[in-house]
Design a binder for this molecule. Sequence first.
Ligand code: PLP
Length: 417
Amino acid sequence: MSAPATPHAANRLDLEAIRREFPILARRVHGDRALVYLDSAASSQKPRAVIDALSHYYGHTHSNVHRGVHLLSTEATDAYEQAREKIAAFIGAASARECVFVRGTTEAINLVSQAWARPRLGPGDEVLVTAMEHHSNLVPWQMVCEQTGARLVAAPIDERGDLIVDAWRERLSSRTRLVALTHVSNALGTLNPVAELTALAHEAGARVLIDGAQGVPHLPVDVAALGCDFYAFSGHKMYGPTGIGVLWGREDVLAETGPWEGGGSMIRSVTLEKTIFADPPQRFEAGTPHIAGAVGLGAAVDWLDALEMEALEAHEAGLVDYALERLASVPEIRLIGTPRQRVGVISFVTGDIHPHDMGTFLDREGVAVRVGHHCAQPVMQHFGIPATTRASFAVHNGTDDVDALVAGIRAVVEFFA
Ligand code: PLP
């Protein structure tokens, strides 16, 4: 008898029903192979509810927002603002005013680095990051430190890929103005104790930004409980459309943040001499926003709410355990990252086989994984490797997907033996 498709006792999800909601999973690839999609950390696939919401928005409702008096414009504005309300409730925000629509995590972090940090940083100040950050939560801080004379300080990770918390604490001081930290590492799967670290950072007087790109798709997130000041995430990694994401900022912190881009819709009044800016979140949403994207993200949130994030989390946790057990049966595999708490992602190398060869062979079997440095080159440098193969999981994955991955890896290992 083959293993059940969902091994976790707490699982309450109907996997086959969920799979039917993703039209793309019915695709055959490379001839007649079933698609085994294990690259959701790069971008998740979309359920029918999200695709339909986009199509319905464009087919029935579309117009520009916040500026028309006609029916379609008011309907589009309502749809856009309702999406903001849904997202706010989904992440435990105190109000929708705390949610700024952006293109994604990258833009959210750039917004904070340029609009909040740049005017506040100077020589003698520090920004504290970790060695496991995605480039999106590293490069903007390098840039703003260069612009302001502040210093970027990075806390190391250990051989498991966990943050060395003592070393992080040693680097936290009254000079630290901002702590930027990933909720979950996209390269290693490490789940960071973000609430505890946030409390420590606040004691030191620093503001805290959490990169939630790999958090929100996998875990119930409550920004109020985390206690952070900013939380950034991308719609396309949580079953929503590309080109839309959210910067959550606590109301008082957004209020103290100046504008980012100038233009239409972010003003209260303009004369030739002077502009009075709108309050947040409009202050940070210059120009025509990605209205359909916001509506689609609202639909993704409805869809996740209906599934229940706790059930999704339990399902994926069971799957990750199963995958770790199955991968351990292939002696050639060396896991890159064995964090104490892991979410959603498993990275590995296989002897001398280049990850690009591994990825290409697996793809021919219908198994889509990610290979490369995963935009986390410092992580690769830490482990002394150029790249890994990364399998990442979503709610539609089951043990059959893991079995296909392991069978594919075995075939590649035999081929190169
Ligand atoms: N942060 C993490 C941890 C990520 O995994 C990613 C994308 O992979 C990003 C930031 C950047 O997200 P986006 O490309 O959607 O802006």
